[in-house]
Structure formats: structure tokens, C-alpha cells
Design a protein around this ligand. Structure first.
Ligand SMILES: Nc1nc2c(ncn2[C@@H]2O[C@H](COP(=O)(O)OP(=O)(O)OP(=O)(O)O)[C@@H](O)[C@H]2O)c(=O)[nH]1
Length: 301
């Protein structure tokens, strides 16, 4: 004889009331993003709109996540799972939520040498299914290098002053002497400071977006900044990186404006909010700039 298991979640609530979100946070979930498997995390929930119901059915949400594990993550698949959340909570819930996060691994080529290496890009995908329909957001954090334009100008000024001192006595400076001086630490007396910086993006995906534009956005951001963090590096790559930094001197305002312009043209993106953080080596606090376009409330903050 089998005993039927008591199910108190099916009973009435001690204290009736609606809840805006009920579910589970921090579920381990293998995902596939940018063509590769990764260790992901999921926060899955629904609203509890029946004020009398004691609880939702956590296991139904948990089991629905399984269909995300063996295929590339797409907005369509996110929508499917959210629809399943609501179908399995008919009469209880009218809104479904699913946040997925992890680190996308991309292989990035060196600047000059034929080498390549791996870079991890933290991401989150946030899906909502409500009476207004399906909405998906993609969040990405992308590291880059920024060299301070003010520091670069001040360093150039010091180099000029050093030049004045070293060559003031001479009417004409010979090519060879000048060349040697430019190649010496005694001549190039100062260098500008640069910092490892981060662009944090929140993107509203267009309703017709068929895929997550993870690689496309990362490529666009890195090419618009010009100073992507490198992976495998030989000296020839390091020299190219030094040139790229010198040709792309950036305050945080410059970086934010570049990204704002680049992301407005990104197919599949209907709006965004961005924040760039320059972890200054000049001082112990960060320089930060924010921007937003087609963002609910117009908020950049
Ligand atoms: N609703 C709810 N369930 C919880 C919570 N903490 C743990 N659970 C457990 O989650 C398990 C799964 O719940 P259900 O999905 O309702 O499981 P079930 O009744 O076997 O499955 P169904 O027949 O599909 O409803 C139960 O054993 C609950 O006790 C909680 O805070 N709220």
C-alpha cells in the first residue's frame, strides 16, 4: 500500500496575501553561451497572486530549467521556460521571472602574434513574462585598459622640459643624438598612468532578437574602445598594446561616450544603461561615468 504524501503547499495560507516574487535563488545550472558549456546559476520565480494559496510549486520551476541545459541559451528558450512556469502555476501566478548568470568563455587572438588565449566575461540574462509580454535583458562586464589623457599631456610636458635642459646649449640637434635621446629613460622621463577598467552594460533585447548578442556586443565594445585586455602576449603584442593605449587616451567620460554611440547601433538591442569604471592608479577611488538610452525611466544611475 502506498501512502499519499501530505502537501501543505496546497492548503490555505495562515495569513492571506499576494507576493510579488516567490522562487529559488542560486540554483546550479549548466548552460551553453557563445557555443560553449559553462557553470551557470539560476534565480527562478513567479508571483503568487492567489492571496489564499499557501505556496507555489518550487519543483515545477526547478524541473522546467532542465530544458536550458543542453542547448545554446536564446531569448526564445528563456521565453519557453517562463511560459512553462506560468502554465504550471495556472490560477496562482501571472508573472514569471528567470535570471541566469555565469561567465562566457571567449577565445581572443593576440594583437600581432599568431597566439590566442581565453577570456571570461561575466554575464547575466534576465527574462520576465507578464501581462505585458516577454522581456529579456542581457548584462555584460567587459574589461579594458584606459590611459589618462591628462597624465599623458603632463608627461609630454615633462619630456619637453627635459629636452630643453639637455639640448639648450646646442644650436642644432643631430639626428643620431635625437634618436638616442628619444630611446633613453633619461629622455622620456615620465609616463602617463593607465588603469584596468570595466564597462558594465545592461541591454534591453529587441523583442525579435533570435539570439543573445554576447559575442557581437563584446566585439563591438572592444573595437570601439581599442584597448581590450589581452590574453596570450609576446613582446610584439605588448608593443602594439602600448601603441593602442597611446592612440586611445581616455577619461571615463570618453569611454562612456564611445560605448553609448557604439551600442545605439547594435542590432538586437532596443535600449541600454551603461556604467564605466576606471580603477584609477592615481588615487584609491574610481572614476565612473554612466549613460542610458531607451531605458525605462531614462535612468542612467
Ligand atoms: N512553496 C514552498 N516550497 C518549499 C519551500 N521550502 C522548501 N519547499 C519544498 O519544495 C518541495 C517541492 O514543492 P512542490 O513543487 O509543491 O512539490 P510537489 O507537491 O511534490 O509537486 P507537485 O505535485 O508538482 O506540486 C516541497 O517538498 C516543499 O516543501 C518554501 O519556502 N516554499
Amino acid at each position: 500500500m502506498t501512502t499519499s504524501l501530505i502537501d501543505i503547499a496546497d492548503g490555505a495560507a495562515d495569513q492571506p496575501g499576494r507576493l510579488s516574487w516567490v522562487g529559488m535563488e542560486g540554483i546550479d545550472l549548466p548552460l551553453q553561451v557563445a557555443g560553449r558549456p559553462l557553470a551557470g546559476r539560476a534565480d527562478a520565480g513567479v508571483s503568487l497572486d492567489d492571496p489564499e494559496a499557501r505556496g507555489i510549486h518550487m519543483s515545477r520551476l526547478y524541473l522546467a530549467l532542465e530544458r536550458l541545459t543542453d542547448r545554446e541559451l536564446t531569448p526564445g528558450r528563456l521565453n519557453e521556460v517562463l511560459a512553462h512556469f506560468l502554465d504550471s502555476h495556472h490560477g496562482l501566478s501571472q508573472q514569471a521571472f528567470l535570471d541566469l548568470s555565469g561567465e562566457a568563455m571567449l577565445r581572443r587572438p593576440a594583437l600581432v602574434s599568431p597566439l590566442a588565449g581565453w577570456k571570461a566575461y561575466p554575464f547575466a540574462v534576465r527574462g520576465r513574462l507578464t501581462a505585458q509580454g516577454f522581456e529579456a535583458r542581457l548584462e555584460l562586464s567587459i574589461g579594458y585598459s584606459s590611459t589618462c589623457p591628462c597624465s599623458a599631456a603632463l608627461a609630454r610636458q615633462l619630456i619637453q622640459e627635459r629636452f630643453d635642459r639637455d639640448f639648450a646649449e646646442q644650436d642644432a640637434v643631430g639626428f643620431r643624438a635625437m634618436r638616442d635621446w628619444l630611446g633613453s629613460e633619461q629622455g622620456i622621463v615620465a609616463t602617463p598612468h593607465s588603469q584596468r577598467s570595466q564597462a558594465h552594460l545592461e541591454l534591453r533585447l529587441a523583442p525579435d532578437a533570435e539570439s543573445l548578442p554576447v559575442v557581437e556586443v563584446i566585439d563591438r565594445v572592444e573595437s570601439s574602445l581599442g584597448t581590450a585586455l589581452q590574453t596570450a602576449v609576446k613582446r610584439v603584442d605588448e608593443q602594439a598594446f602600448a601603441l593602442a593605449n597611446g592612440q586611445n587616451l581616455m577619461f571615463c567620460e570618453d569611454a562612456a561616450r564611445r560605448l553609448d554611440r557604439a551600442l545605439r547601433e547594435q542590432p538586437g538591442v532596443a535600449g541600454f544603461r551603461l556604467r564605466v569604471v576606471h580603477a584609477e592608479s592615481l588615487h584609491a577611488h574610481d572614476a565612473v561615468a554612466r549613460s542610458a538610452w531607451n531605458w525605462p525611466g531614462g535612468q542612467a544611475g
